[in-house]
Design a protein around this ligand. Structure first.
Ligand code: COA
Length: 169
């Protein structure tokens, strides 16, 4: 298996590969924190790559030297779900590492790039809706848990998550 990767900005051409990555990552790694019913309802939408993110200029992939993707993640000024923009606030979005790459620094490298670019763009704090299994990862990156929240998924389902924050100043 390749051991090196680079971080690069995505384009719409990455749609299929990012969907494949999310599909390889989320069902396996989220099963540690969610039951089958919640994942069954949430994953079809959550594992589809998001065209707006792919063309945002602030969404990144970790690409292996053979061209395969090891991870993805990014940030936006728009709050997921509502599109609300608050000056100085950025939102961490759609992080995933391929299971074979877990614990090898892919998530941290993607986050480092997010923080670097967000700071340069005048962002002074990040928020994140962290899946329950990823709370420890975001804590390791310096985020603090603010509250447990339910993210609406369609009319009847909610996806439990953690609202987390990190000051960048
Ligand atoms: C969360 C996720 C992206 C972490 O990716 P990763 O590539 O394994 O992360 P890294 O190897 O860069 O780890 C960075 C740090 O976080 C810590 N960490 C990672 N996952 C952790 C976990 N589940 N619990 C506690 N700490 C964790 C690591 O120990 C490491 O700490 P260190 O650098 O101080 O040693 C990955 O587990 C994943 O894809 N999970 C499923 C999808 C998901 O839930 N995404 C988040 C959506 S909000």
């Amino acid at each position: 298996m390749p051991s090196a990767f680079i971080i690069r900005v995505t384009s719409p051409a990455d749609a299929e590969a990012v969907t494949a990555l999310l599909t390889a990552s989320y069902p396996v790694l989220m099963a540690t924190a969610y039951d089958e019913a919640v994942l069954g309802a949430a994953l079809p939408a959550m594992t589809r790559s998001n065209p707006a993110l792919l063309s945002s200029g602030t969404f990144y992939v970790a690409e292996q030297d053979d061209g395969e993707l090891a991870g993805c993640g990014g940030w936006t000024r728009e709050r997921p779900g509502t599109g609300e923009v608050v000056p100085g606030l950025g939102h961490v979005r759609h992080f995933a590492t391929r299971p074979e790459w877990i614990g090898r620094g892919v998530g941290r490298a993607l986050y480092r790039r997010c923080e670097e670019d967000a700071r340069a763009a005048g962002v002074s704090r990040f928020e994140c809706y962290a899946s329950l299994n990823a709370e420890g990862f975001y804590q390791a990156l310096g985020f603090a848990t603010v509250a447990r929240i339910d993210i609406p998924m369609g009319a009847r389902t909610a996806f439990p998550a953690m609202l987390m924050r990190r000051d960048l100043t």
